[in-house]
Design a protein around this ligand. Structure first.
Ligand code: NCD
Length: 306
């Protein structure tokens, strides 16, 4: 399987076999995540983050450093030359001289694809507007495999902002490669994007709902997302859907015993803090899994593992 030099732009570019392979390598990274390794010594990762981030950027940087590589970059586009009017293509053609791989987060859809067209070094899409977040989908799937043994056979609900949430777009595409049943739960105005729906409906059974109530007792995985306030063109529209879903202990009364609750984080108020101490909560495990999945991707793309 050829990963060396490859861009990671969309989860749609992955086959099920390739995903399995990334997971095999991620598993082999688990001991190295605590012990450390010099596998990527001398290699440099640049993180160019034009949008707010805690986990994705720090996770990429931590993954790189745990493999002995180093990191440069910016998290605040305001202080970079973007402020002077530099376009993405020029920034990428500059940074490729400083780094062996670039992780990019940008508010515009298509930004990662554009960057990859200009860059001589591989681009890792760390979020392209509301479009996609492929490495998050990989760590989400990895979490399901780890926690539930396998993805096939699961009943999975994606709840919250399915329109502007990029994590659920990538995750829905990825899940459609498996033999699962999918429930999409959102307010009417935040229904799953049509292009995603069309593609996944050709492959798996999909049910759309506006209420979580009847769904909670049916599913094995409940993946909750934040309403993406910053992407709403109209604040009045946000006010209407704000707080539409809240998962608390009471709402989980009829849940299956082995239900797992996931969330890409950050959460605002969609999962009550009282849920954190239940055996359902897996959102902080997801964060840990993000490290080994990104270690695997960096090692594969930079040719340290083949
Ligand atoms: C998400 C994102 O940035 O898309 N966070 C993440 O990368 N873990 C989800 C969000 O912002 O709600």
């Amino acid at each position: 399987m050829e990963f060396k030099g490859r861009d990671i732009i969309s989860i749609k570019d992955f086959s099920r076999e390739e995903i399995n392979y990334v997971f095999k390598v991620a598993k082999s990274m688990e001991p190295l995540a605590s012990r450390g390794s010099q596998m990527l010594k001398g290699k440099i990762l640049a993180t160019l983050f034009y949008e707010a981030s805690t986990r994705t950027r720090l996770s990429f940087e931590s993954a790189m450093q745990r493999l002995g590589g180093s990191t440069i970059g910016f998290a605040e586009a305001e202080i970079a030359s973007v402020k002077k009017g530099e376009n993405l293509a020029d920034t990428v053609r500059t940074v490729e001289n400083y780094a062996d791989v670039i992780a990019l987060r940008h508010p515009l859809e298509g930004a990662a694809r554009l960057a990859a067209e200009f860059s001589r070094v591989p681009i890792l899409n760390g979020g392209s507007g509301a479009e996609e977040h492929p490495t998050q989908a990989l760590l989400d799937l990895y979490t399901m495999v780890k926690e539930r043994g396998k993805v096939d056979g699961l009943k999975i609900a994606l709840a919250g902002d399915l329109r502007y949430g990029r994590t659920v777009h990538s995750l829905a595409y990825a899940l459609s490669l498996y033999d699962i049943e999918l429930f999409l739960v959102s307010p009417e105005t935040l229904r799953m994007r049509r292009e995603v729906l069309q593609t996944i409906k050709e492959r798996i059974p999909v049910t759309e709902k506006t209420s979580l109530e009847k769904i909670v007792s049916l599913v094995d995985v409940l993946y909750v997302t934040r309403i993406q306030k910053e992407r709403f063109p109209d604040p009045a529209e946000y006010a209407k859907v704000k707080g539409s879903y809240r998962v608390d202990l009471q709402s989980l009364n009829d849940a299956k015993k082995d239900l797992i609750i996931m969330h890409p984080l950050p959460r605002v108020d969609e999962i009550a803090a009282e849920v954190d101490a239940t055996p359902y909560a897996r959102y902080f495990q997801q964060v840990g899994n993000g490290i080994v999945v990104r270690m695997a991707l960096l090692a594969l793309i930079l040719g340290a593992v083949d």
